[in-house]
Design a protein around this ligand. Sequence first.
Ligand code: SF4
Length: 436
Amino acid sequence: MTNAPPEVLTFGCRLNSVESETMQRLASSAGLCDTVIVNTCAVTAEAERQAGQAIRRLKRESPHVRIIVTGCASQIDAQKYAAMKEVDAVIPNDAKMQAESFTNLVAAKPSPPKGGRGLGEGGLGCLYPQSPPSPQPLSPQEGERGLAMQRAFVQIQTGCNYHCTFCIIPYGRGASRSTPIDAITAQVRACADKGFNEIVLTGVDIASYGQDLPDRPTLGSLIRRVLQAVPTLPRLRLSSLDPAAIDEDLWDLVAQEPRLMPHLHLSLQAGDDMILKRMKRRHSRDDIFRLCARARHLRPDIVFGADIIAGFPTETDAMFANTHDLVEKCSLTWLHVFPYSARKLTPAAKMPQVHGAIRKERADRLRALGERAARRHYESLIGTTVKVLVENNGIGCTPHFAKLKLQGQARVGGIVEARCVRGENDAVVAEVVKVV
Ligand code: SF4
């Protein structure tokens, strides 16, 4: 036993990272030591494979360490992880934000998985108890690996009410639950008071925000309330958005609110109507064309990012060409491309599969398309002066989410004006001209 402070190993999405920070603090304040918490992800088979590999390696290299597993993969199949000889306890996804989950462990009364049963036991739909996410204790200025925190992530929602045929998330995180507006506003204010200049509102399906709350506030009305309540906050950014659910309040803010960053990351997934139908997505190809046109009409400098799955079951060359064509015609700039990964028990896993080599080849072609679009965006910045959020490692982030190589002194987390002077390799060099 070395009494080393607890560590958290995080796999998967930004929400998992935010929650890992909280677990780190809860475990430390509970007095847990010589313990590693593995926060798993179930979105791809690869993410699960990596978590399993990490657990075995951890125990091999540090036999005295206690291994606690949580996250979506262990929520969906708790028995699989509980059966691993390396694993000391499994904390259900919903209990991982609760202090007593860690004080129980200190008292060496590892709690068996409560309520949540492995899918093996109860089959599909074994959704977890539905408590709304409680606001996370405020992140210190100190982030992972000692890097100063450049922006803060505020969780506004978790879970999802939809069941896209490729997606395992609802089985890991349950139905959509929203954090009350006052709690979010208080957290954003606390972040701003702590010196954060940019807040990212995050969740699983943030476009569903408020549907489970009295008065059913929309995401747009939440943003309006937050920005009114925290006039000192210069930049608010949104995490991934379902294109089928952008509300009118949000459209107004896109048009009129300069503190809402002109960068929308769309959970697009595909650009072919038959594939979107088989994915059970709620938007069509034409909806995306209309959305991009409306956004550009309201905010001409707006930039889009998108999540896209390449090689979804039954996708033909012609269907893939429709996706490729949509990305090109809508000039989507920041692409996150995933080769389709079959998830056990999801309907898509039972559909005729596209060969792995074809999935990879299509993903490579979409990534190349994205790189060309990003390069065009960076080239358009040369000669302009932009306000950037100073990140670690001398990087500056523009409102459109472009990353610039900064020259000149600037405090991490601060905002400066920088003049884009030249392209260098794949980056744009920008000279700091003024601290804002
Ligand atoms: S909207 Fe679809 S893809 Fe997104 S979390 Fe819900 S089920 Fe998954």
